[in-house]
Ligand binder design. Structure first.
Ligand SMILES: *[C@@H]1O[C@H](CO)[C@@H](O)[C@H](O)[C@H]1NC(C)=O
Ligand SMILES: *[C@@H]1O[C@H](CO)[C@@H](O)[C@H](O)[C@H]1NC(C)=O
Ligand SMILES: *[C@@H]1O[C@H](CO)[C@@H](O)[C@H](O)[C@H]1NC(C)=O
Ligand SMILES: *[C@@H]1O[C@H](CO)[C@@H](O)[C@H](O)[C@H]1NC(C)=O
Ligand SMILES: *[C@@H]1O[C@H](CO)[C@@H](O)[C@H](O)[C@H]1NC(C)=O
Ligand SMILES: *[C@@H]1O[C@H](CO)[C@@H](O)[C@H](O)[C@H]1NC(C)=O
Length: 318
């Protein structure tokens, strides 16, 4: 009898220990699941900065060890032939910056505000994969957005989106709009004539290619010259006005060429660690403007005494 009772007590005791262990391991599992889903905290980030800091969870890959590295959203707002391609290659030479090009050159993406929002959501969630996409340790993600790619048209809703998603704007303009015009004309001429062995290139990587492209001297229609310059000028002013409530910085191509310390300002603006940035792109048009325009004498005559006269003078050395 005693032995039987002893055996029963032992059995109950062993059973209860077993049950307790099952309980521990199941609550243990719950705890570990909890840890994985714990949101990243921006504790060491100043309160004013918090709206600009994000912890995206891409659906296409895992951010791994950098899951809790903060990411900032930006957009380079610019016009064609203003050095934005070159500027973007500079940014992309930084290991923590990923600028994904002219995402809105694809027509359906800019067709209405809902496709624009869908595209931007995907981009800022790190789910648009381009050659510029970086590893999981991206700290600033953005795109290059031309003013005529739906940006001016939907400006109110885009400003609202930028506010809600904490997107910072980098305006990049060219001071000398006459030089920009020469670059536009030469680029559109090359679209048809394809001077580099039958391929059209907007940007080049060797002095030889640059020389070939610069050998074409455009003829400028002097009737349209002043209205055209004014239109581009006005559009830039308007864009800055529209986006004046967005956190922004305004850059000029010529200033960056003359003084590359401006690139540190840009990195500070994006809150990424400072690095020396590089681009392999080669400038196409060099030297004085007078040697790049077919009807220079007429152009000079047209601009003398107008607000655009300064465009005739050399504005940087290279
Ligand atoms: C927006 O454009 C897309 C693609 O062109 C189209 O499928 C969609 O119906 C449009 N939405 C609205 C609200 O117009
Ligand atoms: C930048 O990238 C490096 C390497 O991928 C990573 O170790 C570092 O934490 C990143 N910096 C930031 C600020 O995210
Ligand atoms: C064009 O082709 C020739 C040979 O066919 C080559 O030597 C030259 O480098 C090419 N030029 C460019 C700009 O690609
Ligand atoms: C300049 O443009 C105007 C307006 O489009 C046109 O009437 C004129 O013929 C053009 N002039 C030249 C020289 O092409
Ligand atoms: C932004 O521009 C609007 C006019 O477009 C102006 O009324 C407003 O004062 C500007 N805001 C700032 C902060 O400059
Ligand atoms: C270069 O730019 C920085 C600010 O970005 C400025 O402080 C500095 O004075 C500039 N240097 C020259 C030589 O203009």
């Amino acid at each position: 009898m005693v032995v039987l009772i002893f055996a029963m007590v032992c059995g109950v005791y062993i059973c209860s220990i077993g049950l307790k262990q099952i309980g521990v391991s199941s609550t243990g599992r719950i705890v570990s699941v909890h840890l994985v889903e714990k949101p990243c905290e921006a504790t060491d980030i100043e309160p004013l900065e918090r709206p600009y800091v994000h912890f995206p969870k891409p659906t296409t890959f895992s951010r791994g060890e950098c899951a809790c590295n903060p990411v900032r959203n930006f957009a380079i707002l610019s016009t064609q032939r203003s050095g934005s391609g070159w500027f973007e290659t500079l940014l992309n030479s930084h290991m923590n910056i990923s600028s994904n090009g002219e995402i809105f050159s694809i027509k359906i993406r800019k067709s209405n505000m809902s496709t624009i929002v869908e595209t931007l959501d995907k981009l800022y969630n790190l789910d648009i994969l381009t050659s510029a996409s970086k590893n999981e340790c991206t700290a600033a993600v953005g795109l290059k957005w031309m003013l005529n790619q739906g940006l001016m048209q939907h400006h109110q809703q885009i400003v609202e989106y930028f506010r809600a998603r904490g997107v910072s704007a980098i305006f990049l303009f060219r001071r000398n709009l006459l030089r920009r015009m020469v670059s536009m004309l030469a680029n559109s001429y090359d679209q048809n004539s394809k001077m580099l062995n039958g391929t059209h290139k907007s940007h080049v990587h060797s002095p030889k290619e640059a020389e070939i492209l610069a050998s074409y001297k455009p003829m400028i229609n002097t009737t349209l010259l002043i209205p055209d310059l004014k239109q581009v000028d006005d559009m830039a002013i308007k864009a800055v006005e529209y986006f004046n409530s967005t956190r922004h910085i305004i850059l000029y191509y010529e200033d960056i060429i003359n003084n590359q310390t401006i690139l540190y300002d840009v990195q500070d603006f994006l809150k990424v660690p400072r690095r020396d940035l590089h681009s392999r792109q080669v400038k196409i048009h060099k030297g004085t403007l007078s040697s790049q325009v077919e009807n220079w004498v007429d152009v000079e005559k047209t601009l003398k005494g107008t607000p655009y006269e300064s465009f005739l003078r050399a504005d940087y050395k290279i």
